[in-house]
Design a binder for this molecule. Sequence first.
Ligand code: ATP
Ligand code: MG
Length: 662
Amino acid sequence: MASISEKALRVHEHLIEPPTEFREKALIQDPRLYEQAAHDFESFWGQVANEYVTWFRPFETVLQFNPPKPGTKPPWIQWYVGGKLNACYNCVDRHLQGWRRTKAAIVWEGEPGDSRVLTYQDLHREVSKLANVLKSLGVKKGDRVTIYMPMVPELPIAMLACARIGAIHSVVFGGFSSEALRDRINDSQAKLLITADGGWRRGNIVPLKRFVDEALESAPSIENVVVFHRGVMDATLVPMRAGRDHWWHRLMEGASQECPCEEMDSEDPLYILYTSGTTGRPKGQVHVTGGYLVGVTASTRWVFDLKDEDIYWCTADIGWVTGHSYIVYGPLANGATSFMYEGAPDYPDKDRWWALIEKYRINTCYTAPTAIRTFMRWGEEYIHHHDLSSLRLLGTVGEPINPEAWLWYWEHVGGRRCPVVDTWWQTETGMILITSLPGIIPMKPGSATKPLPGIFPEVVDEEGKPVPDGTPGYLILTKPWPAISRTLWGDPDRYVEVYWARYPGFYFTGDAAMKDRDGYFWLLGRVDDVINVAGHRISTMEMESVLVEHPTTAEAAVIGKSDMVKGQIPVAFVTIRQGFETGDGLREELKEYVAKRIGTFARPAEIFFTAELPKTRSGKIMRRLLRDIAEGRVLGDTTTLADPSVVQHLREMYEEKYGEGS
Ligand code: ATP
Ligand code: MG
């Protein structure tokens, strides 16, 4: 790929040093950690494993790696061979031995304003009882349990109860439809389902149990359903099928608090989690006990600079990998206090998050660029009414963050006091791989910065040769890391094909990236999001980043549409900020703006204004559906779409302009 686009990125290449006050108190201040890891990465990860995780039996070999190849079967990647441990023991039991017994493990607030605090001792009691309940319903080591719940403490309790007895949990985000739930149950062949009557979202009831009943009409593997009463409706109004459905609180009444932790092999699966489906049909990633726990425990401590007195908030839903790794397993394994909020950011008003930070004196806020851009659209006044001085660290994940949004977050939320860690990783990677250690690495807005110690990314061309600095290419990992997904549930061949076939021996991320001359990584979106206009390679993400720098735009998605002459032409879909008018004048102005900032070859051929962009339920823009619309194709898998009416509307608008099947 040619390096024509570096110009646009370099604009933002000023370094921001970690604020002195933060740096002086940071847990990790010694950059030699990087050298140590590079020098002998296996012994580095061996030491980390012994330091951060409690093992029932020590491992014998740090890593056994047989690169996945077509025609071969797992195990391909084994970390901590021979080691025995239990993830729940590490997240709960081991904290009971010291003063953390009475420390808050989970601080929770529901959308209506109800709140709860669970100490590690409370968590231990609830988890052990539920683990006994699951056993009494016939759940055994290796069985799959689907969890479909609102953001209440019972969700992590359910996950940990599974881990305690060696059952494999599969959490399905509570915003998914019954259809998406059914597909995931059937794919994993789960035996038991844990759910709730419902949850609160923007003042409305999300009737989870009703969706469950629909899904179970064609999900025959489920034998029992455990229903937690969140209380969104009267228990008598929840239809319970005799013999299949059981109230959580009834089962817990008689359950014993004594439940030993199952001794798990390092490579025994801990959970299955399906990817967001941004690029296609979701893939059931299999994460295993030992390597995953080591990876998330260490990265949580390093990246979020966890202190014992912190209240740490990751705003993700636990239904996504971010929630698994950085609300549940990472923070709890470290004995941290993890904050959880059930509802919408704009309920009852658009300042709810800032009110929560003020009320609970939250220290760390880890969220997604899509949320940050939404807050920008709403305006700063919602923030400035609140005292956010407790914050000392900010983070982002999920999509490339445009420098404009980064700087806004740094300035208005963090008051220029809080380092911003832009964390690049995937459901597949299990843990953060590229981001700054906040006390050491100077930041560049828009860049995820550097790989964590012991992580080895590279940017390569089609043939797998490293490209020169400043040239966009394909992001790969040249060595495995502990938390890497081991296979796809029920589909090992797809695992090989998607991640390992393109560059044999190396993990292919599917993302495009560029490394600058300081060794900083700039993520450019999915490989498909790099388009070729008359021989020029352009990252659509760069064009989007430029578009949202225009004062009128809130969000933008750019895709490449095939063109007889130029190969591909850029087409932009734009949402504008409150208080501005759309029209031909603005359309031309925006085209000109992109042409000026990147080059005339990047001038969008067409701009569509839209009130909403199609997004996954995790808030990521689904460019593949926009491509389908632009090419006049049948829409691909839409089950992970948050609001199906958005694509319908866009399609109509598009066809009006270009005619059907253009
Ligand atoms: P699917 O794999 O099913 O298409 P998905 O890739 O959206 O879905 P996730 O695993 O949730 O599923 O997302 C990982 C992807 O999100 C990464 O590959 C990358 O494209 C993007 N991403 C995550 N964090 C960042 C970040 N900090 N900067 C840039 N991109 C990011
Ligand atoms: Mg992906």
